[in-house]
Design a binder for this molecule. Structure first.
Ligand code: HEM
Length: 294
């Protein structure tokens, strides 16, 4: 495949993974942890970013198939060849994942027809399944037999816990200013406390499943610097380390001082930093996931 095609695939993976994780994290947080009235307010306030994410999922799903066909076939001239497209969809793991993604994208659009309060749970189910399709197409497919099943299950846990942590940071940012709003603070406080409790579980699961993924793919600590995969994986682990440190500082240093002036601003800035690092993590994984690990 050509140089440009590789870059197109990595960009598509980054946008698809980012939008899918965002939709999953936001929807599951609004559906399960935020009181109903506040959930509807946040759902309305986040409508632009949510709609952009849905459009991104649709556009990248449409773009991914020709890119896969070009990669598997003989370059760009096979990108729109009906026989190559058919072979990719029917005979490959990435093709089957693509078919599931196309159906789930259609269901995601259908959620807009639902009444307001049913949208976050319906979107959480669609986006959760969408994120799970990544476990079919990633390096989890490199094993066979029971190890493949185990690897895919671990990947599924990794994707759902990582997305829940990262995606929920966006509505959490919208909750922070409401802590001092007399009309909303009674709902904003439990929404933040529940995020903090569930966040501990999500972070623990992402670290455990990420470590298991690394063991299953690389066979140990990434340290072969001649392999771009291992260099980027090590960079990803470093970034996640900074994210976890920020999360700990937020929870145990800043939150107990929330009554003090400027602590809310500190919490907001630290959450934005955590979010930006998370985007960089998704960009790295979109890149090294296309490379040979060992
Ligand atoms: C904020 C935390 C994290 C997020 C959001 C995250 C996200 C992701 C995503 C989206 C994928 C799948 C990409 C795809 O198949 O398209 C993935 C795979 C992976 N992650 Fe993470 N991850 C996080 C933390 C970690 C940690 C801490 C480790 C290691 C200790 C790790 C190791 C891996 C490995 C080895 C893969 C497999 C990539 C492949 O298929 O080649 N991740 N991660």
């Amino acid at each position: 495949m050509t140089f440009d095609g590789d870059h197109g695939l990595i960009l598509c993976r980054f946008l698809f993974d980012g939008a899918g994780l965002f939709l999953w994290g936001v929807s599951v947080y609004l559906a399960c942890l935020v009181p109903a009235r506040l959930s509807q307010l946040l759902d309305h306030r986040l409508r632009v970013s949510r709609n952009v994410a849905v459009l991104t999922v649709i556009a990248t799903t449409a773009g991914m198939l020709p890119l896969r066909a070009a990669a598997i076939g003989d370059g760009w001239r096979d990108a729109l060849s009906s026989s190559v497209l058919q072979t990719v969809v029917l005979d490959t793991g990435v093709g089957r994942a693509w078919l599931a993604q196309a159906c789930l994208s259609a269901l995601l659009i259908a959620t807009f027809a639902l009444p307001g309060r049913h949208r976050p749970p319906a979107r959480a189910v669609c986006a959760g399944l969408l994120v799970l399709t990544l476990a079919i197409s990633g390096h989890a497919a490199m094993n066979s037999g029971w190890l493949r099943v185990l690897h895919r299950a671990n990947d599924a846990l990794h994707l759902l816990s990582g997305g829940a942590w990262l995606g929920a940071l966006v509505p959490v940012l919208a909750v922070l200013p409401l802590l001092h709003d007399t009309k909303w603070q009674h709902e904003a406080r439990p929404a933040l406390t529940r995020f903090s409790t569930a966040g501990h579980v999500a972070v623990a699961l992402v670290l455990l499943s990420g470590t298991a993924n690394t063991m299953l793919i690389v066979g140990g600590v990434p340290s072969d610097w001649s392999r771009t995969y291992q260099v980027l994986l090590a960079a990803k682990i470093g970034l996640v380390g900074v994210m976890v440190t920020l999360a700990i500082v937020n929870r145990y240093v800043i939150v107990p001082r929330l009554g003090l002036s400027r602590s809310l601003l500190a919490l907001k800035l630290a959450t934005i930093a955590e979010l930006c690092l998370g985007v960089a993590v998704v960009a790295l994984v979109a890149w090294f996931g296309t490379l040979a690990p060992v």
